[in-house]
Design a protein around this ligand. Structure first.
Ligand SMILES: [Zn+2]
Length: 235
């Protein structure tokens, strides 16, 4: 999906209304970023109904578009319901059902696919030289990834995963590339800066190396942001 080049591209690139980013542009950019990170096909609570709206089967809410749904998944209501669901399943002893080493809940496993182990990786601590934001640079090796596919990433809250006891101090950065095992890196539960150039992924088709950079918002920015998990972008 390429929303960025859609506006104006048919008309020779001159049709964009304004040079400054409007709120609509900002929402569209957030939506695009969220769509790149969150795989809706694998979200067990995401449901597209017959009239084309989107429903959260966990919270029984209706959303007009996928962007609105994605924002909802980062909100308090959804996160609270996830926590309740996790607690209920734990009481009922369902906690470990379907759990496999190296795989997290919400990541559906293609049953007939033979897994070939985990991708090689390197993680480097980074710091944005201008904003002084701390973060991590990930480098994964996927030499035998299925041709013409790229690794996918998403962030998962402590309550979404079922591998270990939910600890709200952590979140998980999940990387999937078939036929490798899906892996997750445990991160501190700080808000990720999803603005362009701060959070990015890149797959090198030739070397089959997958790169991702995650920068955390500064504590000051975290205090001022409205929606946890979805950065508000520049003001
Ligand atoms: Zn929900």
């Amino acid at each position: 999906m390429d929303y960025q080049n859609r506006a104006g591209s048919k008309f020779g690139g001159g049709g964009v209304a304004s040079t400054s980013a409007t709120n609509a542009d900002r929402r569209e950019r957030l939506r695009k970023l969220a769509l790149e990170t969150i795989d809706l096909d694998k979200d067990p609570y995401f449901f597209k109904n017959h009239v084309g709206s989107f429903e959260c089967r966990l919270c029984l809410t209706v959303h007009q578009n996928d962007g609105s749904y994605l924002a909802h998944t980062q909100g308090r209501k959804h996160q609270t319901n996830l926590a309740r669901r996790a607690a209920k399943e734990q009481r009922e002893g369902k906690k470990d059902e379907g759990a496999q080493t190296g795989l997290l809940a919400g990541v559906q496993v293609k049953k007939n696919l033979i897994r070939i182990g985990r991708p090689g990786y390197r993680i480097t601590k980074v710091r944005d030289p201008i904003s002084r934001q701390n973060g991590l640079l990930f480098q994964f090796q996927f030499p035998d990834i299925i041709p013409k596919t790229e690794p996918r990433v998403r962030f998962m809250s402590a309550y979404e995963q079922r591998i270990e006891e939910p600890d709200p101090n952590y979140q998980y950065f999940v990387v999937a590339g078939d036929p490798y095992e899906t892996v997750a890196v445990k991160l501190q539960a700080r808000e990720v800066d999803r603005r362009e150039g701060k959070f990015w992924t890149w797959f090198d088709e030739d070397s089959k190396e997958f790169w991702a950079q995650v920068l955390f918002k500064t504590e000051r920015d975290e205090r001022f942001s409205a929606v946890p998990g979805l950065a508000p972008g520049r003001k």
